[in-house]
Design a protein around this ligand. Structure first.
Ligand code: FES
Length: 150
């Protein structure tokens, strides 16, 4: 990496639209990396700006930092990702978002029957116990810890 291409943390923050503590936080979470200069100050390669843009986009989509980190781990960390890298990553996120949207639509549609009801029935409420998921656990309040049921 060319030493002249390294950016101080303040410039990374200013150019990426996040605060300096946020840049540090992303680094602590392993989403970006820095090197230290002779004065022991953090310096970042320019490609970090794109990685931060990906982190912010992922957060906007509602992805956790863990999910974003998994995606970033598949990208090169010493140079900007290629167009193919981005295409692959966006395809994975598209699938994850579609699954999330489908799950939310299912919850929303189930909620329609619950509005104004409030029964939270173990046998018929699609929100409280979708598809009677606890039936196989036996009779009684299966969502309580075992010790509290005894
Ligand atoms: S709260 Fe009554 S069906 Fe969900």
């Amino acid at each position: 990496m060319d030493k002249n291409d390294l950016l101080p943390i303040g410039e990374v923050a200013a150019r990426s639209g996040v605060s300096v503590p946020t840049v540090r936080f992303y680094e602590e979470r392993g989403l970006i990396a820095s090197v230290r200069n002779a004065g022991n100050h953090r310096r970042y390669g320019r490609h970090v700006l794109r990685r931060i843009a990906v982190v912010r986009a992922g957060q906007r989509f509602g992805l956790s930092l863990g999910e974003i980190g998994e995606a970033l781990a598949t990208l090169p960390d010493d140079h900007p990702p290629t167009k193919g890298d981005w295409a692959r990553l966006s395809k994975v996120w598209h699938a994850a978002l579609t699954a999330r949207i489908d799950a939310l639509v299912e919850v929303r549609d189930g909620l329609t029957g619950c509005i104004g009801c409030g029964c939270l029935s173990m046998t018929s409420c699609p929100i409280y116990n979708p598809e009677d998921a606890h039936a196989a656990d036996g009779p009684g309040a299966q969502r309580w810890p075992a010790a509290a049921r005894e």
